[in-house]
Design a protein around this ligand. Sequence first.
Ligand SMILES: [Zn+2]
Length: 286
Amino acid sequence: MSDAAAREDAVPQREAAPRREAAASARDAAVCDRLFCLTLGWEYVPEFVSLEGGSRAVLREPVIAIVARSPIGWVLLETGIDARRFRGGASPLYRDGAPEFPTDGDPLLDALASVGLAPGDLALAAVSHLHIDHAGGLRHLAAAGVEVAIQRRELAFGLERAGEPEFYLREDYSHPELRWRQLDGDAPIAPGIDAISTPGHAPGHMSYRVTMAESGTWIFAIDAIDLGRGIAEDRCIGWAADPADDPLRRRSHDRLVALAAAEDARLVPGHCPETWPALAHAEGFR
Ligand SMILES: [Zn+2]
């Protein structure tokens, strides 16, 4: 080795330690360090809604939310069902049985409390789409003044076109105090949390990428892929709120499967009775 080459080798070695530290702190700034998978209830859904080509057999599916601690603070993803509307029994919106809830109290408030949080502790929230089983807790975020990220297209569809036939209840998301942060497609939500645009099931549906300090990358499909069987059997979700979006169900499914493979990420379906319970334990993830 020439002297010059030796010097070139030596210089980076002397600078390597501080550079490594700088890289590590940049990385730390863009990851979450705690994550809890919360179960806000269970709903009865025919298999063909969750799985293309599915049967009329009724599945008992979890209603989920995630809360992750980003460098900006705790971020809530999804808000569940407004239990007050459905405790009375069957409803035209849930023909196969009334939803069930883990407690007699409010599902979102009780789930947050189970991990020591209240809406006022949240730095930010997001909602993947405005279906009844995702938008029901938005009123708590309105009351606490928490900003909520949503796709612009989804909010417009919800406010201008959708109603009960599409499984939307405008009372869930039309509170004037709601502070929306409208996104257009793929976008960062917070350091360590990104929106992945996955339209199809709903016109402005989004999924989430959460990058964790220790457990790596998680992709929460939410309703772009409902069930573990959807991944295992390569079957996309079975129903679109707007029939014009039908072809996008397959495109978004394929996109998430490819992203998860490319990023070596854990891909979490949004309503899976088989895979969700294992994630919803009290210790959470780091
Ligand atoms: Zn859903």
